[in-house]
Ligand binder design. Structure first.
Ligand SMILES: [Zn+2]
Length: 242
């Protein structure tokens, strides 16, 4: 049963399906330290350009603004046992490096996976995009505890409480409502933070954290069985641009 449900975690891109049917988690035998040994398909989990990282030691760069075109409405929200994920109708994208990347889905981690200057946040959102060739770009947004996020409300009202639950979203909303007003960002080269840990992912972490209420944060973490953050990976030779 576990196997069958896990496949839903990887429907967002056929290019990252490899290894998706091997059981994994965040602790014990199937925890993050062992992902590379769980399947030959997970060989990249022990690579040198893995995510998440502690973002620090920034290199000044003239980063072009990301052009957001998040016009499509969210379609459904699901709990795949590893996260809560919102799937989008087609039609949302970002433009980066002169390339269009379609927004496929966004999902959450509690506590945050990436750290900024050594700081962890209680919640992090990942907006996962793919270009026509299957190259991935992830926009990450940090949440700090404060006032309730209006952007989260339509999805949170239909929080899927059990692994395998999928709900059609009744209220209209799109990911733009979750992003901070300022779209300044850090950039680095990383990977998927879940098996098969595929590298070559463009990571774009918003500098400005947004707020979510304590209730919103706990509403998310309470439907998962354990914290769903992979441990911080070595930065190695990578540059973190700002
Ligand atoms: Zn993620």
């Amino acid at each position: 049963m576990k196997k069958l449900l896990l496949t839903t975690a990887f429907v967002f891109s056929s290019t990252v399906v490899a290894g998706g049917d091997v059981h994994w988690g965040y602790s014990g035998e199937v925890g993050a330290d062992n992902w590379g040994k769980l399947s030959p398909d997970n060989y990249q989990c022990s690579g040198n350009n893995q995510s998440p990282i502690n973002l620090a030691g920034f290199i000044e760069a003239d980063l072009a603004p990301i052009k957001f075109n998040y016009s499509a409405m969210a379609k459904e929200i699901l709990n795949n046992g590893h996260t809560v994920q919102v799937n989008l109708n087609s039609g949302s994208s970002i433009e980066l490096d002169g390339i269009s990347f379609d927004l496929l889905q966004f999902h959450f981690h509690a506590p945050s996976e990436n750290h900024i200057n050594g700081q962890s946040y209680p919640l992090e959102a990942h907006f996962v995009h793919s270009d026509k060739s299957g190259n991935l770009a992830v926009v990450a947004v940090m949440f700090k505890e404060g006032s309730a996020s209006k952007g989260l409300m339509p999805a949170w009202q239909q929080m899927p409480k059990h692994e395998g639950d999928t709900h059609s979203l009744k209220a209209k909303f799109n990911g733009m409502e979750i992003l901070p007003d300022s779209k300044d960002y850090y950039r680095f080269n990383g990977s998927l933070t879940t098996p098969p840990c595929s590298e070559g992912v463009r990571w774009l972490v918003m500098k400005t954290a947004v707020q979510a209420s304590k209730q919103q944060i706990s509403a998310f973490s309470s439907v998962l069985h354990e914290p769903n953050n992979r441990t911080i990976q070595a930065t190695n030779a990578r540059m973190i641009l700002q």
